[in-house]
Design a protein around this ligand. Structure first.
Ligand SMILES: [Zn+2]
Ligand SMILES: [Zn+2]
Length: 259
């Protein structure tokens, strides 16, 4: 009898111990998750990457993967002259306009971006080259030019849609006017793409009012409701004024780019 009682007591103790361990394990997992990731799911943006010949958007529990050929769906003087999308251009209002020696060629870019972006505890700067990707497959570059080049000189080489190539890689440093002003359905308040930290980039306007640097923080964004995130999300805006898309650092923890 005493043996039996002991056994039951031991069994009960084990059950309680297992339950307790189970609980504490669950608790620590969820609090770790809250530290490592945000609560807003950016996979809702998948269908907005509309240039599906050139850009695909897939995701798992942790990451969004965007593969891009980086080919504009608009005309450019940087396409080969035999390409249907080639169009000659000469900036009529700019005497300093010139075409750089680059050209548009298909790329093989892969952006691995946090699906639940969160503010970084220490902020890191984008490197030269792609820092994000637009809904029509084009890389966003930051406000710096490579080497000793001057970004304000480089503005003179932008094509009819305000992009240009570095070598064979086409990119936007400033407002992608095809998306905000020119294409059918262009919207200056629309979602334009993602930076590598998973936070979205929106147009030059919000609620009918132009956004200026004064409305934004050092990283060139702010928190608020957008069309795609009714509960609000941190987001970047493209502005007319320098630094155009990003400040000197990502707000969140950046993912990785392979190219
Ligand atoms: Zn450039
Ligand atoms: Zn905003």
């Amino acid at each position: 009898m005493r043996e039996k009682k002991k056994l039951i007591a031991a069994l009960l103790f084990s059950i309680v111990a297992i339950m307790f361990m189970g609980c504490s394990e669950d608790d620590s997992t969820s609090s770790d998750d809250n530290l490592a990731t945000g609560t807003t799911d950016i996979s809702v943006l998948a269908d907005l990457f509309y240039h599906s010949d050139a850009v695909t958007f897939t995701f798992d529990d942790e990451w969004v993967t965007i593969r891009s050929k980086n080919l504009p769906d608009h005309k450019s003087m940087y396409y080969d002259e035999n390409d249907d999308l080639y169009e000659a251009y000469d900036e009529p209002n700019n005497p300093d306009f010139f075409k750089n020696p680059g050209s548009i060629e298909e790329q093989n870019l892969e952006f691995k971006i946090p699906r639940y972006p969160a503010e970084a505890s220490s902020k890191s700067s984008p490197s030269l080259g792609p820092m994000g990707v637009s809904i029509n497959s084009i890389s966003f570059f930051n406000q710096e030019a490579a080497g000793d080049d001057d970004i304000f000189e480089e503005l003179n080489t932008f094509d009819q849609y305000e992009g240009h190539p570095a070598g064979t890689q086409y990119h936007y440093h400033i407002e992608p006017v095809w998306l905000t002003q020119d294409m059918t359905g262009a919207d200056n308040e629309a979602f334009l793409g993602l930076l590598l930290d998973g936070f979205p980039v929106y147009g030059t306007h919000e609620d009918g009012v132009e956004i200026t640097n004064d409305d934004l923080d050092d990283y060139h964004g702010h928190f608020g409701v957008t069309n795609d995130f009714p509960d609000g999300i941190y987001h970047y805006h493209v502005t007319e004024e320098y630094p155009w898309i990003n400040g000197d650092a990502f707000y969140g923890n950046p993912g990785t780019i392979t190219q």
